[in-house]
Design a binder for this molecule. Structure first.
Ligand code: GLU
Length: 412
């Protein structure tokens, strides 16, 4: 993946939305410029005693509609351009789902698999103290993303709280439940992907019951999407992780049991396939739920799925997207399809602010209300403006940020 393409893709998508909304040139300038970017050096004392320096980033792309919000990614290829691109996507995602947030993203250029637990803790805490002046429950609220989880959020919350002198649970979301996390946050992105899949099938006139699905990625998004889809009566026929994929398993939970016990997907009775073969399976729905740029001009031509639901952020390049559109494949864009994570992050933040915690059913019901509303709004825009689902979702998200900006005016 080239990081250049992530920022180029994000800017090209914004340009198109600005043109379709007929916004003036000065609004393009405002919308295409991040509000605040921070690069920090993160020194880490390795278990061996050696000290290494890693690059850390935090981008607050927009604060127009509220505090900025978005995940922290630990991945060796993350850089400032990619962080800006992902923070831009968070901005449109929060606006599309009408959450009272701007957009942010952060990360460290590190492969978390190379860190011991102690090293990961030290790196997370040092990164948190480096970005501490610009985060906070009213400023910018980090969350998990690729390569980070609820334990990282616990360390971030603790580091911030120790410096404040009291517990500040609302500084991050995606925390463990005992520290003020929300029920349903762990599965939220996958649950939202499943809701999107069901709605997309209905929109395309395909009965969700028994519809077939292939999922690239079996992590925080792919696994929970697979579980939720199976519960809804769809048939998950293939999944993959970085090592490759499998098909022929009896159920997602049986495959997960094998994965937990052996660390691989090769359960007895399954057949291996490459990640590329998985993308080209003849299924109703393909869900890219791993990293960016999975669907490119090279892989898109052979895709046979009727629908693509973007579980990952930016999994499709503009060239790949154009090919899918030409082939008549319905693409449910990332900012709609994977918005379940940040929606339940919002619920977590609201619960932390009120010190009053909801039951799991309340979380699920409210998640589905917000997602279905966003779905309806995107579907109406598709209809009214004869645009793709991606264009419609961006027009709504970008349009709301532009309107908020106009109403607030410029200071001084
Ligand atoms: N990292 C997730 C995303 O890309 C969640 C962000 C959040 O919960 O703030 O949407």
């Amino acid at each position: 993946m080239t990081t250049e393409s992530a920022i180029e893709t994000a800017r090209a998508q914004l340009r198109r939305a600005v043109d379709q909304l007929k916004l003036p040139e000065n609004e393009w300038q405002t919308l295409s410029t991040p509000r605040r970017i921070l690069e920090v050096a993160v020194p880490l004392r390795r278990d061996t005693g050696n000290v290494e320096i890693y690059k850390g980033f935090r981008v607050q792309y927009s604060t127009t509609r509220g505090p900025s919000k978005g995940g922290v990614r630990f991945h060796p290829s993350i850089d400032m351009d990619e962080t800006v691109a992902l923070a831009m996507l968070m901005t449109w995602k929060c606006a599309l789902t009408n959450l009272p947030y701007g957009g942010a993203k952060g990360g460290i250029a590190v492969d978390p698999a190379t860190l011991s637990r102690g090293e990961n803790e030290r790196l997370t805490r040092r990164y948190t103290s480096e970005i501490l002046p610009i985060i906070g429950p009213e400023h910018d609220i980090p969350a998990p993303d690729v390569g980070t989880d609820e334990q990282n959020m616990a360390w971030m919350m603790d580091t911030y709280s120790v410096n404040a002198g009291f517990s500040v649970p609302g500084v991050v979301t995606g925390k463990p439940i005992v520290l003020g996390g929300s029920l349903g946050r762990t599965s939220a992105t996958g649950d939202g992907v499943a809701i999107s899949t069901q709605q997309a099938l209905i929109a395309k006139g395909i009965n969700p019951l028994g519809a077939t699905v292939a999922i690239q990625g079996f992590g925080k998004v792919g696994y929970w999407a697979a579980i939720a889809l199976e519960q809804m009566g769809l048939k998950v026929v293939a999944v993959s992780d970085v090592q490759g994929g499998v098909t022929g398993f009896s159920s997602v939970s049986s495959l997960w049991d094998h994965f937990k016990a052996h660390g691989d997907l090769n359960a007895p009775g399954t057949e291996k396939l490459t990640n590329e073969e998985l993308l080209h399976l003849d299924v109703d729905v393909l869900i890219p739920a791993a990293l960016s740029d999975a669907i490119t001009e090279h892989t898109a031509t052979k895709i046979k799925a009727r629908i693509v639901v973007e579980g990952a952020n930016a999994p499709t390049t503009p060239e790949g997207d154009a090919i899918l559109n030409d082939k008549g494949i319905l693409v449910i864009p990332d900012i709609l399809a994977n918005s379940g994570g940040v929606i339940v992050s919002y619920f977590e933040w609201v619960q932390d602010k009120q010190n009053y915690f909801w039951d799991a059913d309340e979380v699920k019901t409210n998640l589905s209300t917000i997602m279905l509303k966003a779905f309806k709004e995107v579907a109406s825009t598709v209809e009214e403006r004869s645009v793709t689902w991606r264009e419609a979702a961006l027009m709504i998200g970008v349009g709301r940020v532009a309107e908020a900006h106009r109403l607030r005016g410029l200071y001084p």
